[in-house]
Design a protein around this ligand. Structure first.
Ligand SMILES: NC(=O)c1ccc[n+]([C@@H]2O[C@H](COP(=O)([O-])OP(=O)(O)OC[C@H]3O[C@@H](n4cnc5c(N)ncnc54)[C@H](O)[C@@H]3O)[C@@H](O)[C@H]2O)c1
Length: 329
């Protein structure tokens, strides 16, 4: 099949990263063939792309081989594969779906991409490194996971299996694929169940933000506006073929600092509520103290670095939320 370089596919387009990616690819002149499980008419994340003449949306599930076959464009240059269950609470609530969507869904897509020679950009996670204490994490560092009776590791384990499928098929046939591993991406439109989005949502609604286990855990917050350029570069660069690449901001902030920044940028005098995750979630939950990306591979292969500070990204997110009352409802 001849490649139509203007056509690209996106799975999980209605999510935080997918919706921003679609906007950028449309602005670059691509025909965007996109899918998700949501109804596009009622999904606010698609407000800015829904009616674009080059945006072609199909509702469906990546676990359904017949649906995926009908959705698939063999002439597309790239499949951006983002569909996934994301978020600690969600995978603790429905572990079978999480694993099925990751493994069965990704397998369906790999088979079609490999058969038709379509490049895949797979979105993986810093969670694949598990709780390896030796930060910053380089892309070929060991994975250090906890016991299988701790549910949080199912996300890391299933994304790890996906990475094995991608690497295995690449090694076998030379099929072009690239993997990016995100580190705590946040920004406008994010479902308010993650550290920044949840704090912003609560504070702008006049509800005190929560602080888990004293708030001394750190995260490297990576702003959505920085991430999209890295994703597109990874999907198009020859140097990125057959590679996994961290996309993260290496600057660490404690959760206490992050919540404080949200309060300050929102001009709020609320006091954070301490939460003991052991009491709330029990033994099936386990936090990771530090997650820090090594960033030299992204810089060398893609010329990419995150440049937005946590304070600036939080301020942007708050400004956007104030202009979009549907988000705060
Ligand atoms: N945001 C982050 O910090 C982060 C960190 C690490 C990895 N990632 C990865 O990046 C990708 C995008 O993440 P996001 O933050 O935009 O998440 P998101 O939850 O906002 O988006 C995921 C999208 O996938 C869709 N989806 C779920 N199951 C599906 C299915 N069976 N078929 C089709 N679509 C389905 C959801 O409806 C949702 O719109 C995911 O693969 C995620 O694992 C994100």
């Amino acid at each position: 099949m001849t490649t139509n370089s203007s056509a690209v596919m996106i799975t999980g387009v209605a999510g935080l990263i997918g919706s921003h990616l679609a906007e950028t690819l449309l602005a670059q002149g691509h025909q965007v063939f996109a899918m998700d499980v949501v109804d596009p008419a009622t999904c606010h994340n698609l407000d800015l792309v829904r009616d674009h003449p080059a945006f072609h949306y199909t509702k469906g599930d990546i676990r359904d081989p017949a649906f995926i076959k009908a959705f698939f464009r063999p002439d597309a240059a790239v499949l951006y594969h983002l569909a996934s269950v994301v978020g600690v609470n969600r995978y603790m609530e429905d572990p079978l779906s999480l694993i099925d969507i990751a493994i069965i869904g990704t397998r369906n897509l790999i088979e079609l991409c490999e058969r038709h020679g379509v490049r895949m950009l797979f979105t993986s996670t810093s969670e694949v490194y598990g709780r390896n204490p030796a930060v910053p994490w380089r892309e070929d560092d060991d994975r250090v996971l906890g016991a299988t009776n701790v549910d949080r590791w199912s996300y890391s384990a299933s994304k790890g299996v996906c990475e094995h499928m991608l690497f295995g098929m690449h090694h076998k046939s030379g099929w072009p694929m690239s993997i990016v591993r995100f580190f705590n991406v946040y920004g406008p439109r994010q479902n308010p169940i993650y550290v920044v989005s949840k704090a912003v949502h609560r504070v702008l609604n006049g509800v005190a933000p929560e602080l888990y286990d004293g708030g001394q855990q750190t995260r490297c917050l990576t702003y959505i506006g920085d991430v999209i350029g890295g994703v597109i570069a990874a999907a198009n660069s020859d140097a990125a073929i057959g590679q996994a690449i961290n996309l993260g901001n290496p600057v660490e902030n404690t959760m206490a600092e992050v919540v404080q920044m949200v309060l300050e940028e929102a001009g709020s005098s609320l006091t954070p509520i301490p939460v003991d995750t052991g009491k709330r979630y029990g033994d099936v939950y386990e936090d990771i103290g530090r997650r820090v990306p090594a960033v030299d591979k992204a810089a060398q292969l893609l010329g990419w670095r995150a440049t937005t500070s946590a304070r600036q990204g939080i301020a942007n997110t708050i400004a956007w939320a104030r202009e979009n009352p549907w988000y705060l409802a």
